[in-house]
Ligand binder design. Sequence first.
Ligand code: TXA
Ligand code: MG
Length: 325
Amino acid sequence: MDLYKANTKNIEKAAEAIKSGKLVAFPTETVYGLGADGLNPIAVAKIFEAKKRPTFNPLILHVANKTQLNEVCFAENRLVEVLISKFWPGPLTIVLPKKSIVPDIITAGHATVAVRMPLHPVALKLIEKSEVPIAAPSANAFSRLSPTKAEHVENQLGDAVDLILDGGKCNVGVESTIVKITDSEIFLLRPGGLPVENIESVINTKLQKAIADTNNPVAPGMLPFHYSPKIPLRLLSRIKIENINPDKTAAIFFRNNNTGTKFSKEIILSKSGLHTEAAANLFSALHELEKENYELIVAEEFEEVGLGRAIMDRLNKATKRFESI
Ligand code: TXA
Ligand code: MG
């Protein structure tokens, strides 16, 4: 595995790697992606191998322009046009009817494909230079924490990835919001980096929550647990502080520690109380803490408005597997 600074020369090198069917981890505004040529099924299969995903879950195709978008899906729909003109490039993924050029391994055999145009100069340059849409899940091992820095990718995937482009820390820090659009309806599949309220104010309707059924591929992000650190993580609101040992516990707070208990280590996500800053720091805080020897990590609950919804979605999923502890 090669780790390169994301300058023009190295982005070109990475594009060559994509073209020759290799795996490249690259920064986006949300999290690092593990990319491959989205039109090459053998290259895409390597993504599942590297992540050790137990099943072939559908992947997002990342595009750099509208020509690429129209190559892979049917996007002629007023709702889609409004959302794209307002929010792309940016942390919004749209699930649309796919065109036949898209390999089945991308869509897990479904008739729809997820597409997004990332708001990151390195990602956009890499897609342009590769001259193909890039398939990329988050560059973490299956069910582990999402990477917001190149070193997170290096630690989790190591030699399973051919090349990592280091573009510094991702500034959104949680994955994209995913919506599915049918003829005239729009469903929320995953809350993420674009607040639901921003979408609703542009389309003038409430987003409906997608019900997972057999016609509606369940996003792994919709599985009950996901994004978990190696050390047990619990929400502060769901435990009794008297039952834990604060000397062996690390705590994550939004603005400040208002519990009256001193923990072995305390991380404040945003002193100034900004959800954007808290989201950007969430996964890196968890990565930092899972490397150390705490018995437990506790996290403060967020109000579910704006990005608070995506933060709580990730925290709820990350804590799920530890709830019996
Ligand atoms: O911010 C992001 O979205 C990041 C960066 C790298 O772009 N990517 C990401 O990919 O989070 P991943 O694979 O970790 O999550 C993609 C989600 C999965 O939960 C998948 O099931 C869902 O998108 N998905 C993909 N195609 C779909 C489809 N056709 N229908 C429904 N859900 C789909
Ligand atoms: Mg993921």
